[in-house]
Write a protein that binds this ligand. Sequence first.
Ligand code: WQD
Length: 334
Amino acid sequence: MAKILLTGGAGYIGSHTYLALIEAGFDVVILDNFSNAKDDVPARLKDISGKQVHVYQGDVLDRTLLDDVFATHKIDGVVHFAAKKAVGESVAKPLDYIHTNVGGLLNLLAAMDGAGVRRIVFSSSATVYGDTSVQPIPEDHPCTYTSPYAFTKIAGEQILEQLPDNWAIGILRYFNPVGAHQSAMIGEDPEDTPNNLVPYIAKVATGELTQLGVFGNDYDTPDGTGVRDYIHVEDLADGHVLSLKSLIETNQSHTVNLGTGEGSSVLDVLNAYSEACGKKLPHQIKPRRDGDVAVLTARPEKAKATLGFEAKRSLADMCKSSWAWVNGQRRNSN
Ligand code: WQD
């Protein structure tokens, strides 16, 4: 069975991808520095999958550790999640973001090349498209960065594009990943007050936060609030399995959007979450947030044509799964 290394595999998307890969019959090794993942995630993954979890606690910047992983395991492919991902934080700490996100990728690629492992799936982001009126966005839309975080994703993609043809590369541009695993045993678990919409609403639903601030209702959208392409994290994980399978079977590289092609407004999400948790969630209209765009939705056709990928889960499924996770966490902590 093919063995896959997940860098950042204990994180939100990494842990869900771990379970999808195990389910698909892959063997998986996790490397994570746990800077943005709880220590008990591997134990939860073992409980859910029923399998021993191979975890290295460490950093993609540690070349010695990477060489040890590749010397110990015959790795057939790598999914590279390990990176910093907060847009606002990247503006405050651009060098940290470039060091970790670009330096970490370069270190990983050198270790892979040294071990003769030349198959990689790269975690990219819709943020590479910048602020554009072209909606939904196709993959051939020009890329332009609007933050140091977005710069590191464009830089990562362009570094990968320099590699010779004996590399097989899957570049996956995520839109807005939300929701939690069907087991309600893993999910998004931000340390402090969330910046992103759904984890913030989740804390309003549990009572940890009092109300949702809606960042602007004067956008050129049906209800005036921002529209995004939310995708269930389990659909996103399935997309990674299909990307790896395609690289293994064809050795052909691809760059695809992972989104649903459907846009939902902030108020659509708030209403769906109210339905999921059975209570009306309070909100207050606030000024627009710097850097926000009105609409950001994916053209999903290329992922379907190239990988056979199609998002299956609805906004209601996303909110129900998120509520089951956070409500379960609250019950267990009491
Ligand atoms: C969604 C909508 C906000 C919070 C970000 C990153 C992107 C990717 C996903 C890494 C917007 C509104 C939000 C709140 C609100 N991350 N909102 N009140 O900004 O689309 O994307 O996360 O790859 O790179 O930029 O996601 O969830 O922050 O915002 O009204 O308290 O919700 O204005 O319209 P975003 P988000």
